[in-house]
Design a protein around this ligand. Structure first.
Ligand code: FMN
Length: 387
């Protein structure tokens, strides 16, 4: 195994091993990618306050997210097409998360189905649902999640329309990949990936094909997606989804304090401050900048998580110091998965854990639950210099 010391090492290997179409799918933001870039660069604007001569022994990063024990405040974010980054990718990532003691969240647009993941793992996972018009499909999705013993549902509210990502259109992204001269030529250079894909039968959207009316094969899926996502979504509709699921509920994709307060009113247990990894509204603030005003608005009415741009344990520490109860990682785990399957996801988690643990210690803390804003030096205009 090559020496992996940071998430970027995994990204370099990932880029070599996975077909361009899927690398580009992961490594894109919408339009100019401004928000995608700022999600990571804004973390660097926050500085950490070094403390010395503090007893650093006996440290712990253990905490809880929505009342569930986690070995560190990190969850694997729902990522569509994960099973195209590596064969059986959702199962592999879920196993690595289980082993590490952090939550795994399955995307509606996954390749392995809810049932596939449940059959191949032991720990309960979380289920992400997109907001579709079809009540019947929605109810069945929640019911399937319940039957699979999912311990939370995550409703993504920032994707009624798909943000435009130029590369996906140019590459003709699909699952399984369309065989064009260009895609075949590129796939032939990704031998390990191809051998893996030949071993599995899971190459289609497992939660949808055969479950949504009128979708029996993947070729009709793109039109199904465009027709099915509910552009008229509003908070009353989200209240209806709340009734369809009686377990813990997380609302994902909040960037404005007013929306955060609405989420409190629908009876969610947590919100994720997220701009979908810069894949939806380009020009939106980075989520780390959006966090503080949201924390101020909701107080302790609801648990607040954050995603978008988290690439290191230091990023996790900074978000936790700003008040987030946990962070979600999307690309950081996909890099690991594409680079080396389950072992790569484990590696990504190990890297983040080590960075978190060490940085926490050097800021003078031994318990992640005691970390607060005091460890941060925040530029004066970081969160509130906007007209
Ligand atoms: C390739 C890719 C696919 C994604 N698919 C989904 C999805 O199916 N459902 C969802 O709610 N979010 C999806 N997201 C957003 C992630 O859940 C998460 O918000 C985002 O990745 C966080 O940003 P990060 O990648 O910088 O960590 C996706 C993100 C990526 C990169």
């Amino acid at each position: 195994m090559p020496v992996i010391t940071e998430i970027n090492d995994l990204k370099r290997i990932y880029r070599r091993r996975v077909p361009k179409m899927f690398y580009d799918y992961c490594e894109s933001g919408s339009w100019s990618e401004q928000t995608f870039r700022e999600n990571t660069s804004d973390f660097e604007k926050l500085h950490l306050r070094q403390r010395v001569a503090v007893d650093m022994s006996g440290r712990s990063t253990k905490t809880q997210m929505i009342g569930q024990d986690v070995s560190m405040p990190v969850a694997l974010a729902p990522v569509g097409l994960t099973g195209m980054q590596h064969f059986d990718g959702e199962i592999k990532a879920a196993k690595a998360a289980e082993e590490f003691g952090v939550p795994f969240c399955l995307s509606t647009m996954s390749i392995c189905s809810i049932e596939d993941v449940a059959e191949n793992t032991n720990a309960p996972f979380w289920m992400q649902v997109y907001t579709l018009k079809d009540d019947d499909f929605m109810q069945r999705l929640f019911d399937r999640a319940k039957a699979a013993k999912c311990s939370a549902a995550v409703i993504t509210v920032d994707l009624q329309l798909l943000g435009q990502r130029h590369k996906d259109l140019k590459n003709g992204l699909s699952a399984p990949p369309k065989l064009t001269a260009q895609s075949v030529a590129n796939m032939m250079t990704k031998v390990q990936w191809g051998l893996g894909m030949l071993q599995t039968k899971r190459r289609f959207f497992g939660n949808i094909v055969g479950h949504a009316h009128g979708v029996e094969d993947a070729s009709s899926l793109s039109s199904w997606t465009a027709e099915s996502f509910d552009q008229s979504l509003n908070w009353d509709r989200i209240r209806e989804f709340r009734k369809m699921w009686d377990g813990p509920l997380i609302i994902k994709g909040i960037m404005d304090p007013r929306d955060a307060l609405e989420a409190c009113n629908v009876g969610a247990d947590a919100i994720i401050v997220s701009n979908h990894g810069g894949r939806q509204l380009d020009g939106a603030l980075s989520s780390i900048r959006a966090l503080e005003p949201i924390m101020d608005a909701v107080g302790d009415k609801i648990e607040v998580h954050l995603d978008s741009g988290v690439r290191s344990g230091q990023d996790v520490l900074k978000a936790v110091a700003m008040g987030a109860k946990g962070c979600w990682i999307g690309r950081a785990f996909v890099y690991g998965l594409g680079a080396m399957g389950e072992a790569g996801v484990t590696k990504a988690l190990e890297v983040i854990h080590k960075e978190l643990d060490l940085s926490m210690a050097l800021t003078g803390h031994t318990d992640i639950n005691t970390v607060d804003k005091d460890i941060l030096m925040i530029p004066k205009d970081f969160s509130d210099n906007w007209k």
